[in-house]
Design a protein around this ligand. Structure first.
Ligand code: AMP
Length: 181
């Protein structure tokens, strides 16, 4: 099973992704994590990614798509994956043709996400500065909401209330995934 997790920063994607990964025995990967690792490299690409991320912008589609394609070629993802943070734009969706069976949208209001991120601040994530967070929320509405509409139109979208307790969100996702199988 190929599951995509979508939500604004602070929606709880990595928490749910890791829980689902353990339960369903499907490997989890996060493009945000991949880019954060890349940004630590003292290479031209590393410095570029760091600059773009810390400003709260998306990495351009062509770069993102080629990096994700490289990762998904690995044997551990052959039988499925839970991918957090991709696709985030309609161009990325185009590349991802048969990449998703189910798309889980963790719905959280902008206010709630901002509140959560302000608590998380200080835990050392450089890309969580207030300006970058605001930019990222803006990008979500502009570029990622059309992605939700696309998958919704295909009947692949599972929308869950991301403001509930972690365990309720988790069981809600499982019920919806299994119910559709
Ligand atoms: P995240 O942890 O998912 O919020 O991602 C952190 C940052 O990584 C984002 O703000 C982007 O700069 C970059 N990023 C992650 N996934 C993507 C993607 N699918 N397309 C473009 N940029 C991405």
């Amino acid at each position: 099973m190929k599951i995509v997790l979508i939500g604004i920063q602070g929606a709880g994607k990595s928490t749910q992704g890791n829980l689902l990964s353990e339960k369903l025995k499907i490997p989890y990967l996060s493009t945000g994590h991949i880019f954060r690792e890349l940004s630590k490299e003292k290479t031209k690409l590393g410095r570029y990614v760091k600059e773009v991320m810390n400003a709260g912008y998306l990495i351009p589609d062509r770069k993102t798509v080629s990096i994700v394609a490289e990762y998904l070629k690995r044997p551990e993802y052959k039988n499925g994956y839970i991918i957090d943070g991709f696709p985030r734009t309609l161009n990325q969706v185009k590349f991802f043709k048969n990449g998703a069976d189910k798309v889980v949208y963790l719905k959280v209001s902008d206010e709630e996400a901002l509140k959560r991120l302000s608590f998380r601040n200080g835990e050392g994530r450089e890309d969580e500065n207030p300006k970058a967070v605001a930019k990222r929320i803006e990008s979500f509405h502009k570029f990622t909401e059309p992605v939700l509409d696309y998958y919704g139109g295909k009947g692949m979208l599972i929308e869950v209330d991301g403001e509930k307790a972690i365990k309720d969100i988790y069981s809600g996702i499982l019920i919806k995934i299994n119910g559709d199988r």
